[in-house]
Design a protein around this ligand. Structure first.
Ligand code: DUC
Ligand code: ZN
Ligand code: ZN
Length: 471
């Protein structure tokens, strides 16, 4: 058989092995792996590493924040940036405004993504108001239609009560959806914030003290118990502390249906980034905040032990100007500064540098953490693996190339790079989405509107065991 394309002679990361082989692509899918395959076009990948396209299951795109501020990125700019870094699938949020029907929120986000996205995408149903008309009917219908993940908060002005969370978990569990949770204790945060403000401590570095470790630890523990009680799977978002990992590990050991992710800014940054001169620390403000070196060690150990299964970006883009971080003034106190930073583009290069170039858990671990596990756990059909039948979402990496990030060299719409000055070794040199190049040699080749919505007939938490599989 003559295929459309062969990517020849790369070191290919498949679920079973890492070996030099050819990848044959036909009709946008991986048709065969092996040697001596025939095709109409051929790309020489010798000396390169070929991994599955990155799957980023936690990014905020064209979304209104809890503070009522719109993201800096559109679907067009965010997915351009993702593709440039080697990510070919994203899950962002269909965020329900208070009083809005869930079905209307989903229709709005889906239409905007269909127009703008250049890579494939799905949505978490973000619940901010479970008291709207037809809430339960809409939620069940959306899950049945393939939107198989939900997002909720225990804090911010859209945090849900434990009773509401339990109600959502019961629906999600019975319909087959995974519930993602931003887990921080709202009362602990409010108390810490009030004390800091009373002492006149308002700078970006004070944001760290305003989200005490106990806030995460307590809420993670509580959410694990609610998941266990409701027999409903949960994904704990952006774990940052050593103690929260212990809570997750203990819950999993009890058999609770709990999964968890962390993000590059918790693995590679500490709260010291918030203590830059003047207001500059605002660039790195996110919640939970970056922690300590000891927490970084615990996160890596938690990944190695299988307690954490995913590294996402939590891309939450706000410009360092009056449209974003300083929408409430250039001297705004920390509670009035938007939380979040860009991360879609650097996630894969940062993780490749740490895991492959520096050897922390290796190539198989990199592919599993950043592609295979998120695709499997969120049920993204045809994504996350280099194997026959899967979409030909592929990244070619040159392990011999390196770069140092500059001040504004990402392809999003944020205007600053929180990784400025960081050197990464091992760079993506070509990225393919369903067999079509979306980046080659640093040139963006994607097209807005060509990304497709990814159907999710079932979530994969029970289908595959991705835990405890450290190499
Ligand atoms: N924290 C969140 O919970 N969401 C977006 C960004 C952030 O820092
Ligand atoms: Zn969050
Ligand atoms: Zn987030």
């Amino acid at each position: 058989m003559v295929h459309d394309l062969i990517i020849a002679g790369g070191c290919v990361v498949t679920p079973g092995c890492v070996a030099v082989m050819d990848i044959a692509v036909s009709d946008g899918r991986i048709a065969a792996l092996g040697a001596g395959l025939a095709a109409r076009a051929r790309i020489d990948a010798s000396g390169l590493i070929v991994t599955p396209g990155g799957v980023d299951p936690h990014c905020h795109i064209e979304q209104m924040s809890g503070m009522g501020l719109f993201n800096a990125d559109t679907f067009e700019t965010a997915t351009r940036s993702a593709a440039m870094g080697g990510t070919t699938s994203v899950i962002s949020f269909a965020a329900q405004a208070k009083g809005q029907r869930l079905a209307d929120a989903m229709a709005d986000y889906a239409a905007r993504a269909a127009r703008g996205a250049a890579i494939d995408h799905a949505f978490h149903i973000l619940i901010s108001d479970p008291d709207v008309p037809a809430f339960e009917d809409d939620l069940r219908a959306l899950i049945k239609a393939g939107h198989r993940s939900i997002k909720l908060f225990t804090t911010y002005n859209i945090g849900l009560s434990d009773a509401a969370i339990l109600r959502v978990l019961r629906i999600a569990g019975s319909e087959g959806a995974l519930t993602c949770i931003h887990a921080e204790n709202d009362a602990i945060i409010a108390d810490a914030r009030a004390q800091l403000l009373a002492e006149g401590r308002t700078r970006p570095i004070d944001h760290a003290a305003s989200r005490p470790r106990a806030a995460e630890i307590e809420a993670v523990s509580r959410m694990c118990h609610l998941a266990e009680l409701a027999h409903a799977p949960v994904m704990i978002f952006h774990v940052s502390t050593r103690e929260a990992i212990v809570e997750i590990a203990n819950a999993r050991a009890r058999g609770a249906p709990v999964w968890a992710e962390t993000c590059p800014h918790y693995l590679f940054q500490t709260e010291a980034v918030l203590d830059r001169p003047g207001m500059e620390g605002a660039k790195w403000m996110c919640s939970p905040p970056q922690r300590m070196a000891d927490d970084q060690d615990a996160l890596w150990a938690g990944i190695a032990a299988g307690h954490l299964q995913i590294v996402s970006s939590d891309h939450a883009p706000y410009r360092y100007d009056e449209t974003g971080k300083f929408a409430n003034g250039f001297d705004a106190p920390f509670p009035a500064i938007a939380n979040g930073m860009p991360g879609l583009e650097p996630r894969q290069p940062l993780m490749f540098d740490a895991m492959v170039t520096r050897g922390r858990l290796g190539l198989a671990g990199f592919a599993r953490l950043t592609s295979e596990a998120p695709a499997a756990l969120y049920g993204l059909q045809g994504k996350g693996c280099i194997a026959p039948g899967y979409d030909a979402d592929l990244v070619l990496w040159d392990p011999a190339q390196s770069r140092t990030y500059g001040a504004n060299d990402l392809h999003d719409n944020v205007g600053y790079n929180p990784w400025e000055g960081t050197t990464i070794a091992g760079l993506p040199t070509a990225v393919f989405l369903r067999g079509q190049p979306v980046m080659r040699a640093g040139e963006y080749l994607g097209q807005p509107g060509t990304g497709r919505w990814i159907d999710r007939p079932a979530i994969g938490t029970r289908a595959r065991d991705l835990t405890g599989t450290a190499p």
